[in-house]
Design a protein around this ligand. Sequence first.
Ligand SMILES: [Zn+2]
Length: 244
Amino acid sequence: MSPTEQLAIAAAATAAVASIGGTLTYAALHPGSQLFGRTIIAGNNPLEAALTYDDGPNDAVTDDLLDLLAAHNARVTFFMIGKYVRQQHALVRRIHASGHLIGNHTETHPWLAWQSDRVIREELQRCQHAIEDTLGCAVHYFRPPHGARRPAVFRAAEELELKVVQWNAMGLDWRPIGAERIVANLDRGMARAQQRGRGANLLLHDGGDIAMGADRSATIAATATLLQRWSQQGIKPVTVDAWG
Ligand SMILES: [Zn+2]
């Protein structure tokens, strides 16, 4: 084999490895990937939209959000961090009593794609127990922190009879960008989903994974804008269990 041929083979091998690596990264991180297991994103009615709020409950914000949602008679989905659930039993019960759907978002919000099987199982179990002990009823939905997952995440979710939920519109509201830009980001995601004849599953946050008390006033303002507009556009807020 000539040095040129050796070089060509080495280059081809590198390209193949890069491509496999890219596929796995896509499967682990892209919210639309179905490669490692089935995930719920949205249904086939473009007039349905699920507002989802992650990383709470948050005693600084969630009560105000509940008041706003009640004023619009809108039901939404909360993916909660277990360690916060343990600190906010009354708030979690109020969310449940208001008719919203509550899901598991792990105990401490790690990147599950890089954790051992044992840690993944513990993270899901501890959050599951925190919510179920607080409410006295079963939880059936789970969103992995950062959307990151691998086969062990699906196995652990299956053991706990949890359906894995992703999203197709992102507010990017963990950045300090203000309500208008949060709405603009969500509008882009919704428009893409509607073009494909799909409902919208909107990712927002009523809390923060670093500590309780994150300021999410911009998220609440963005929610108010969306709900007002949707009532005129005939878009119906749903919870993610409408889709599976
Ligand atoms: Zn999160």
